[in-house]
Design a protein around this ligand. Structure first.
Ligand code: SF4
Ligand code: SF4
Length: 283
């Protein structure tokens, strides 16, 4: 499920936002410690599909086979996060629709039974969301839900909310755990590592990107991948059945991507990507 809102063709690197302080921080950190700081967020692809067909989404351009995460794989990830005392955001989706996951409530309940520290989060297109379901999700321990209400008539009706979401908006209007974004099918996002064909994508030198320094992305098979722009899982930093999450995070190939980004160079998948997450997040 795509979270970023962006109405321009590519996100240009803006001078005022360039992450010089993050680049220096990360260089100094790895020099001092011999490894990069631990991930701040984890994204888990519980399954691969979506029930929407937004024209700007990599699903629209790539036939991604259906994959569903094994329960054992999910438990392994949560148990490892508990073991290392992780306390950040855990998103139960990557670029898929999380409400298609029939075990979603069980997944939330399992994580919450193991620790109070995880911040469990989903972003959904809301197409199959009901007020009863949202109540159930929160009752079982979901911490946050972001609803992207994609519509084809957004230009004519900028404030319209889809009919199934109206009772939810009313019931949760003062609750910060739930947000509804009024999105449009006319948006254009970055090219997802070349997974969305775009003309004139590489006019800029895109340089640094902070994604692989702060988020660990795990696909449905348990492979850890470079970032959520790796829509077809071309990269693999190790499988959670073979390596711990920390070992995957410190994988040699992962570090080669990071080392290159700190030199403002883009290698492999990054060389085809016009995403530009270059704002400061560390300091
Ligand atoms: S709802 Fe999200 S994941 Fe599904 S097609 Fe639209 S942007 Fe892609
Ligand atoms: S530049 Fe590389 S790490 Fe950053 S979003 Fe693109 S593919 Fe991912």
């Amino acid at each position: 499920m795509i979270q970023q809102s962006n109405n321009i063709n590519t996100r240009k690197c803006q001078e005022a936002l360039i992450a010089d302080s993050d680049v220096e921080y990360l260089k100094n950190y790895v020099d001092k410690h011999g490894l990069y700081p631990l991930f701040q967020q984890v994204l888990i692809e519980t399954r691969t599909d979506c029930n929407n067909n937004c024209p700007f989404c990599p699903h629209h351009f790539n036939a991604k086979p259906l994959g569903i995460m094994n329960w054992e794989t999910y438990k392994l990830i949560i148990d490892d996060l508990v073991n290392i005392g992780f306390s950040g955001r855990v998103a139960l989706m990557v670029s898929n629709e999380p409400l298609l996951e029939e075990r979603l409530i069980d997944m939330i309940a399992y994580a919450k039974s193991k620790t109070a520290r995880l911040f469990l989060d989903i972003t959904t297109n809301g197409k199959i969301l009901t007020l009863d379901l949202i109540d159930e999700l929160f009752l079982h321990g979901l911490d946050n839900i972001n609803i992207n209400d994609y519509r084809g008539d957004r230009t004519s009706y900028p404030d319209k909310i889809s009919s199934n979401l109206t009772p939810i908006a009313v019931a949760y209007k003062n609750n910060p755990k739930l947000t509804i974004q009024k999105r449009s099918f006319d948006e254009q996002l970055p090219n997802y590592g070349g997974n969305i064909p775009q003309k004139n994508s590489f006019e800029a030198d895109y340089g640094f990107c902070n994604f692989p320094f702060r988020k660990l992305v795990i696909d449905y098979s348990g492979n850890t991948i470079l970032c959520c722009n790796d829509f077809m899982s071309e990269t693999n930093m190790g499988n959670v059945h073979d390596k711990s999450l920390i070992e995957c995070w410190n994988d040699t190939i992962f570090n080669q991507y990071r080392d290159a980004l700190l030199r403002h160079e883009r290698i492999g998948l990054c060389s085809r990507c016009n995403d530009c997450q270059d704002y400061n997040v560390f300091i």
